[in-house]
Design a protein around this ligand. Structure first.
Ligand code: SOE
Length: 385
């Protein structure tokens, strides 16, 4: 029995497109009771949102998100707008009893994220944060391999998230396309934008982080602001590196920058354990590299002359999400991670078992991001509360 779910999306940019595509695709590939309906898209710019709504097949559009939330025919609010809008929208949506999906990072800081988490929990509304990389089949397979005990006692976690799109000094800050460079809108630079992904993946795969020690750098100190046309100081971290201690006794290194010439969306992680290791590179997303040293079930060591890194092509029907897509060997892309995430959210509504990461989990990542920025400022280790 199918259940329509009327969606109200806020934002028409990169994430507005990725989410709209997921709403259109999900029921065609995943057997689900809940059927998202593209009921209304919302943004301040009427010309832009009208065109966007028409292009993606949204039934209507709004230019005021408060009006969208008050609409009786909307069940779910999806926030794809800049970080400094997340808090106010979530607080209103919770008051109105609407389900909430929110882009990452959850908020500008821990204070906002805590209030948002408490509000959705008090209202008892389903919620999720779009940390989409958990739904890359190869990353989900890494989780499965770790949970099967094939890594054993973990020693090292190594994460990198490198891009190169802000090297030019004349790239302005602010405005619809470049709000990520404006600290008043983004809250931080690579820490909240990129490392939040790396942290979410790390705590999912390797458990809680207990303390961090960080350093950040801003290479271009001033940029013209799109809205004022004037040169203004840059308040974001262009690059960030931190050391981490995990509750399971392993130690980690995290590095992110938008100044790694040639690296476009180079999101990698490696976990080394006594029984094996895994490595993943988002610029080679179909592959999970796995090194098996000892079989956890038999305890048997792999013969020395047979040890080596295995390149698993994560496209078999047995692999996470893949039986919903094509035949073995056929690959999927970036946009499918959002459809996989949405399918899990809708399945959670069906089964009553909420999907992750919810706001409470994303709050942990927010705490780590804030601790990283504090550590860099104080030049000291910071405990995660
Ligand atoms: C930044 O360039 C960005 O678009 C991030 O904001 C996204 O979260 C990441 O998935 C890709 O890169």
């Amino acid at each position: 029995m199918s259940k329509p779910l009327n969606v109200g999306l806020i934002g028409y940019g990169f994430m507005g497109r990725a989410h709209s595509n997921a709403y259109r695709q999900v029921n065609k590939f995943f057997p689900l009771q809940y059927q998202p309906v593209l009921k209304a898209a919302c943004a301040r710019r009427e010309d832009k949102i009208k065109e966007f709504a028409a292009n993606w097949g949204w039934e209507s559009y709004e230019t005021d998100w408060r009006k969208l939330i008050q609409r009786k025919d909307i069940d779910l609010i999806d926030i794809g707008s800049p970080n400094n809008t997340h808090h106010d929208i979530v607080m209103e949506a919770a008051k109105a009893g609407k389900m909430v999906l929110c882009e990452k990072p959850l908020a500008m800081n821990v204070a906002e994220a805590t209030a948002m988490t408490e509000a959705v929990e008090k209202a008892g509304i389903p919620n999720m944060v779009w940390f989409n990389y958990r739904r890359v089949p190869a990353i989900s397979l890494a989780k499965q391999i770790i949970d099967e005990g094939r890594i054993g006692r973990p020693f090292h976690y190594r994460a990198c998230y490198l891009q190169d799109w802000t090297i030019a000094e004349d790239v302005p800050q602010g405005g619809a396309a470049l709000w990520r460079l404006d600290v008043d809108v983004a809250g931080s630079g690579v820490t909240g934008d990129l490392l939040a992904h790396s942290i979410d993946t790390a705590i999912w795969l390797n458990g809680p982080i207990t303390e961090v020690s960080a350093a950040t750098e801003t290479f271009v100190k001033e940029r013209v602001h799109q809205e004022t046309g004037k040169k203004q100081p840059v308040g974001i971290d262009d690059a960030c590196m931190f050391l981490a201690k995990f509750a399971n006794g392993s130690i980690g290194t995290f590095e992110s920058t938008r100044y790694a010439r040639g690296r476009k969306n180079y999101n990698t992680f490696e976990l080394n354990g006594a029984a094996g290791s895994v490595f993943f590179d988002l610029e080679d997303p179909q592959i999970l590299q796995f090194f098996e040293y000892r079989d956890p079930t038999t305890g048997t060591k792999v013969a020395d002359h047979l040890t080596g890194w295995r390149r698993i092509h994560v496209t078999n029907s047995e692999h996470p999400y893949m039986k919903q897509w094509w035949v073995p060997g056929c690959t999927i892309g970036y946009e499918h991670t959002f459809t996989n995430a949405l399918a899990d959210f809708l399945k959670g509504l069906e089964t009553g078992k909420p999907t992750q990461p919810d706001f409470r989990t994303a709050l942990v990542t927010q705490k780590i991001c804030d601790a990283v920025l504090k550590s860099a400022k104080d030049k000291a280790w910071v405990q995660i509360q």
